[in-house]
Design a binder for this molecule. Sequence first.
Ligand code: C2E
Ligand code: CA
Ligand code: CA
Ligand code: CA
Length: 279
Amino acid sequence: AKRQKGNAYCRFSQTLAERAGDRFALERALRRALAHEQFRLHYQPKVDLRSGRIVGTEALIRWQDEAGTWHPPDSFIPVAEESGLIVAIGEWVLREACRQQVAWQQAGLPVVPVAVNVSPLQFHHPHFFETVRTVLESNGLAPQTLELELTEATILVDHAHVAKIMTQLRELGVALSIDDFGTGYSNLSYMKRFPVDAFKIDRSFVRDLPDDADDAAIAQAIVALGRSMGVTVIAEGVETMAQAHFLRGIGCEQGQGYQFSRPVDPDRYAELLALPALV
Ligand code: C2E
Ligand code: CA
Ligand code: CA
Ligand code: CA
């Protein structure tokens, strides 16, 4: 039994060492990815649940390394965040989404806001507001065509600073939404102090709709809260007609999910934009 324990310990520490090695290898690979333009953005429509019309889109990062392997964002965003690389990656995402937005506009496609995910470190970087302003300006893009998705983790620390930056962004005309709404620990009165345009109901509360009574109650509560605060509510991870129907029934205005479209490349997205409605 003793030897087994020893072995187990060896295996464990080796795994940790391997993990640390992996982490630095991944960090190096991410630097290369940035330098060699291996990132791409895919876009997932946000849909008005009544009309089926596209009312917005979310940019989601994709990475294909030199060997051709695709890496999902959940596999590298956390390391990018820990290493600080997210600041540069996030700026690339912002520039690319704005460049793409201009290209769609010039192609004569209907204009809807493009939403960019912002990580905590990126938002708290001293130059964040200036970066957003400059990127919009250099693209000649109206701030009203940009939305930023923030998480509760971002707004839960340093209230005064967060409120200041959020207010500056809002005054500029950029829309703000709270991503993964309901999964954080912010109390609701606290949430009331921040100037936001939308709550995104987290996918975990949508998955078991309409049958799960607890999730139904949570979705309903978020919709009611949004309504009382004048905030748009959008459900993420809508995969079925039944979910979409239920959400529309409780007054949720918008939805996003495989039911309407997966995240797609810019060309495919342009085709979706030209359609009268998604169902
Ligand atoms: P998120 O912001 O909550 O994005 C939604 C995720 O759910 C996306 O995964 C999307 O592909 C997926 N999704 C959309 N509809 C459905 C559905 O109907 N069913 C299911 N099962 N999934 C659906 P993705 O693209 O893998 O991104 C994962 C996370 O990585 C994002 O979660 C976001 O937190 C992060 N991320 C992605 N792009 C960026 C970025 O440019 N910057 C930052 N900071 N984070 C990003
Ligand atoms: Ca998001
Ligand atoms: Ca989300
Ligand atoms: Ca999520």
